[in-house]
Design a protein around this ligand. Structure first.
Ligand SMILES: Cc1cc2nc3c(=O)[nH]c(=O)nc-3n(C[C@H](O)[C@H](O)[C@H](O)COP(=O)(O)OP(=O)(O)OC[C@H]3O[C@@H](n4cnc5c(N)ncnc54)[C@H](O)[C@@H]3O)c2cc1C
Ligand code: FES
Length: 278
């Protein structure tokens, strides 16, 4: 990380809500109209949103950019209601305004010469769809593996840019099992060759950890979008530090990465997952 990566305050932007729609379970999709000069952005980058209620001390919360349609100046966020701020977010309606900072952090970049296998767990599917849209022309042979606990928790995907293979833990839709078992089954059927692929994943940290261990054992590159607890979101507070295995010759400071500026997309095979909260 260079010193200029940190502490670069961005000017907050005002976004107008176009729609804020319930998708499934406690998951919502917010479509925001941004200023004409906002962006560009990469899937996997995030925004810090000033979440209501302002009278109860508004807090900045991080959300992944699932899509940014530059031609329409529309930013899409997919979020789950877990606490007060995301609950208040879900109550906002079209025409209301939100303040946000971004795009922030590092997004997904393609590993050269490898077929992309995009893996989304739960609401983590949203940025993978945005990524597939971006890569559909330059890397047309990609696949999306989408895992959820059960059918009723699946987020509808309209017009997917890559073929989608579903896995549910209870078998109520698609393959019965998790996304790693689905990946293994596709390899057994010779639909995927581990020697030629790279994995790109977003979802619960438990899933990312298991996938990273699997990828390392197979020698497959694996980039993951990691969620930790963020404070400032811009490299000042150290609240988001993630333990990583240092490379030969690196000093002790290299044992940690600030997920907000050196991530959230990271090489999953270098993360010390036992030090990352589930
Ligand atoms: C880089 C990044 C990208 C994210 N992208 C998304 C996204 O696209 N959609 C989405 O729904 N959420 C996303 N999150 C998580 C989101 O920021 C939290 O769910 C949100 O801040 C919770 O706010 P709250 O006030 O509603 O809940 P709080 O009252 O703050 O917390 C409620 C519960 O959720 C837990 N929690 C809060 N934040 C996190 C977190 N980061 N990881 C795990 N558990 C957490 C708390 O420990 C607590 O148990 C992202 C987080 C990060 C760091
Ligand atoms: S969230 Fe403050 S340094 Fe990363």
């Amino acid at each position: 990380m260079s010193s200029t990566d940190r502490c670069l305050p961005k000017t907050p932007s005002i976004a107008r809500i176009v729609s804020n729609q319930h998708l499934s379970g406690g998951i919502y999709r917010a479509l925001l109209r941004m200023a004409d000069d906002w962006g560009p952005s990469l899937p996997g980058q995030f925004v810090q949103v000033e979440c209501p209620p302002r009278e109860a001390f508004a807090m900045w919360r991080p959300f992944s950019i699932s899509r940014f349609r530059a031609e329409r100046h529309e930013l899409e966020l997919v979020y789950g209601v877990v606490g007060l701020r995301t609950l208040r977010l879900s109550e906002l309606t079209a025409g209301e305004e939100l303040c946000l900072i971004g795009p922030l952090g590092r997004g997904f970049e393609a590993v050269s010469g490898r077929r992309p296998i995009l893996i989304g767990g739960g609401r983590g599917i949203a940025p993978m769809i945005g990524l597939a849209e971006r890569w559909r022309e330059s890397l047309p042979d990609g696949r999306i593996l989408y895992g959820a606990r059960s059918r009723d928790l699946l987020i509808p995907i309209d017009d997917p840019p890559y073929a989608v293979w579903l896995a549910t833990e209870d078998g109520s839709a698609g393959f019965k099992g998790n996304v790693i078992e689905l990946l293994e089954a596709a390899i057994a059927r010779r639909e995927i060759d581990p020697a030629t692929i790279a994995l790109y994943a977003c979802g619960p940290n438990r899933m990312l950890a298991a996938l990273s261990v699997w990828a390392e054992s197979r020698g497959v590159p694996c980039l993951v979008s990691l969620e930790t607890h963020f404070g400032c979101g811009v490299g000042i507070c150290a609240g988001c530090a993630v333990p990583v295995r240092p490379r030969d010759g690196e000093d002790a400071f290299a044992r940690y990465r600030f997920a907000c500026v050196e991530g959230p997309v990271m090489d999953g095979t270098r993360v010390e997952w036992e030090g990352v909260a589930e």
